[in-house]
Design a protein around this ligand. Structure first.
Ligand SMILES: [Zn+2]
Length: 120
């Protein structure tokens, strides 16, 4: 499987809020690319509020998320920078559960059910 992560960074005009938005796959491998970004974001301006928003992420690996949070927590506890707020989906999405597959299988069962009843 190809687990690619893409990241969008939004910074408020006043430089007080920075939002790191992840899409694609957040796994134990791809999360390592986020840490340098988070590190830089926390140092951007004093008192900056850093949010990591994984809501649009198609696939969130629980172990990967745990690794990232541990690494960030560790940096927060060591340094004098601000904490990082994580926004993650309530149910971590898995890679194979894509919208396309879900939609087509639902459609098939909806079509198949009336056909079976009509035949019997
Ligand atoms: Zn994936």
């Amino acid at each position: 499987m190809d687990h690619k992560i893409s990241v969008t960074v939004q910074i408020d005009m006043d430089g007080k809020n920075i939002r790191i938005i992840t899409a694609g796959c957040l796994t134990r491998f791809s999360q390592s690319a986020l840490l340098p970004l988070i590190r830089r974001a926390r140092k951007l301006t004093p008192g900056i509020h850093v949010t990591v928003d994984a809501t649009p992420t198609r696939h969130v690996d629980a172990a990967g998320l745990e690794l990232l949070r541990d690494a960030v927590d560790n940096e927060v506890s060591l340094g004098n920078g601000p904490p990082v707020q994580f926004v993650v989906p309530a149910h971590l999405p898995r890679h194979h559960a894509t919208v396309d597959i879900g939609a087509s299988s639902t459609y098939t069962s909806l079509v198949a059910a009336p056909h079976k009843e009509g035949a019997s």
